[in-house]
Design a binder for this molecule. Sequence first.
Ligand code: ANZ
Ligand code: ZN
Length: 817
Amino acid sequence: MESYNPQVLEPKWQQYWLDNRLFAAADDTHKKKMYVLDMFPYPSGDGLHVGHAKIYTASDIVARYLRMKGFNVLHPTGWDAFGLPTENSAIKLGIHPAELTKRNVARFRQQMQRLGLSYDWEREINTTDPQYYKWTQWIFLRLYKMGLAYEATVPINWCPSCLTGLANEEVVDGKCERCGTAVEQRPLRQWMLRITRYADQLLQGLGGLDWPQFIIELQQNWIGRSEGAEIIFTLDQSSAVNPQAMAEKLTIKVFTTRPETIYGATYVVVAPEHPLVGVITTPQQREAVTTYVAQTKQRTEVERTDVTKEKTGVFTGAYVLHPLTHEPLPVWVADYVLLAYGTGAIMAVPAHDERDFAFATKYNLPIVQVISPVLGKDQAELPYSGDGVLINSDQSDGQEVAAGRQMIMGLLQQRAVAQKAVIYKLRDWVFSRQRYWGEPIPLIHCKKCGVVPVPEKDLPVELPPIDTYQPTGTGESPLAAIESWVQVKCPTCPNIARRETNTMPQWAGSSWYFLRYTDPHNKQALAAPEKMQWWLPVDVYMGGAEHAVLHLLYARFWIKALRDAGVISLTEPFSRLRSVGLVMGEDGQKMSKSRGNVVNPDEVVAQYGADTLRLYAMFMGPFSASGAWNTGSIAGVHRFLKRVWQTVLRLAENSEPGPETTTDLEVLLQQTIKRVSENTENFKFNTAIAALMEFHNFLEKQPHVSRSVLERFILVLSPYAPYISEELWQRLGQKQSVLKTAWPGWKEQVLQPAVIKLPVQVNGKLRATIEVAAAVSEEHIVQAAQQQLNVARYLSQGTVARVVYVPGRLLNFVLKE
Ligand code: ANZ
Ligand code: ZN
């Protein structure tokens, strides 16, 4: 018999699928639509990773399955190709990043096609294509016109080696994610996006999403909504030495989530960057404070807020008055208080806050317990952050925390020194990079007119071709050095103005790409409204957990902003999200070049074929779990495919056409169809494969079967192993692709066994087992049981109080006591 040869049949079918446009999504509105998307890859120089193979195979299986189920499926891909790694390797190799991107994309595309991924290649997009980033720039201008983009000088994470600003997420343990150099804080003019305006909507929108719970929680924590109060502390005039402070009755506003602890506030802390620091510091303390503030600049936010790091700070010499006791409280400067969070100042309650406790202990500041875990007992290990009743709190003593909070807020509000407040951890998005390989920000700076948007008709603002795209190191983008590009006529006056030279972060292109797939060649708009209306939202979105926070948050933000701009009518882009578990090396460690444990998918394909790689990637374990690669198991999966090949070809020779009667084989097949269908829909790909294997074990033993059995088995195998399935399907005499064939069904009644064996109990003890037809009613079953001699004997010893029937499983007579 002819042997299984994936190296011959796989390229043949790959070509067939492409030539016959079998993956192309038609804008056919007669069928129900399904938009199945995976997070498009960054085409790095390393080529495709087996981790990519895992996620892309999974979404491909879902897409193929849904096509066969009769849906109109949109399953596109493209390239998230701007960004630092390409720019850095371009510098290293002396090749232009655009050229490098082209090479990497070609390699990725070839690898992905070889895996048999059923992407609609006619909709391929590339974020670095000017015809694509034209619309990224267009969206930016929309945001700008809505007041969502603004300039600010902000301390940014600065990598002294890459000579560029980094986003917080690019800083790992205070080091540059790319090169490992320690990151510094450096003030720089930046473009910011006002994502904080959408904080509440971004939080609320999570409610209606079918997403993994851990991702929802990560998003919630990142947005970090805190309810509490702002409380005003007035500067103690006797401590005010500065004339300005004396004249004005200065106040410090703090934010707290625990206003009920106010009687435990023993000092106040302002952030080192707080504008009042210079005003309230006494002459004696000035030098110490100035030195301390300067030191803070060396520390990253991560270090400053790390609870395990030693707290540092310095006394300003000034005091504020406690709003209820009117006692003076010293004002300190400490870097564990951040300027950008809340009001940039806190009331410190060392007895009930871990950081305040560490600080007070170090600097010998008073610690006053105001919450006691149990009424009457003051013993609690401090700092104590649990519930309880108020103590040392004047007339609020004895109140439970919640009631005490209300009472104290009432008191403070009466004196007009507090109001309720809600704050967010979420910060505005630093949206500029001082790099070459990104979308130019389409703005012009004119001496006379200020910031002027590039007119829409002049989009895209293309990256100029240049030879040296190395970072300038001055903090300016390399674009700033190209005078001929920078100088431009002002759109609103006759003057010569200057282009903005910052570029966008890599997150920009991926914040809206799923819109573009619906209409990728549109020259008039980012996509036609009716096409977006039809295809969106994305029904199934699959990707890595590393994008659980930022990519998803940014994309959701842009969608909400575009909705407010009237561009789309969507509020949430991704209805259903599934995250993929990491593929680890054979040694159980994260795959990395330095460890030498990277599995190259090309080698697996060359040795076993793409179907084996696909099947193995899905069979490794649950899709969302991480798991170690195991070469031995690949061989096992490969053997399964070889056996399928032989079984089907052997049985095809003497199989009869025609309908199947209900045999054990037919029942098992229908069970298998059901299991594969349900497990595929629930992303339990490994279980679906196990069902296919079980069925094959049985099939293999048959001397002959009907053709319909073979056909249906191949159809349900096909999303998982599409190449071998197409080949076998054709050899069964079929003329059109499996992709064009309807998914087989099953009949529930066939799956129910005709006769069931039912244990019969009296008072919970087994007294007989009866065989009854499954279709029979409960009444009949009870009668049949009562006629059993052994049952009747026990029933005669009392009267029946209750009959418990668990359908198909158990019958129990309960006798009166
Ligand atoms: C008094 C207090 C007593 C606090 C207590 C906590 C416990 P979350 O929940 O994360 O929002 N805080 C306020 N602004 C801050 C800033 N800019 N930098 C550092 N810390 C700041 O945290 C809110 C709490 O963190 C606030 O409530 C404040 O300390 C502190 F038993 O006020 B609390
Ligand atoms: Zn002008």
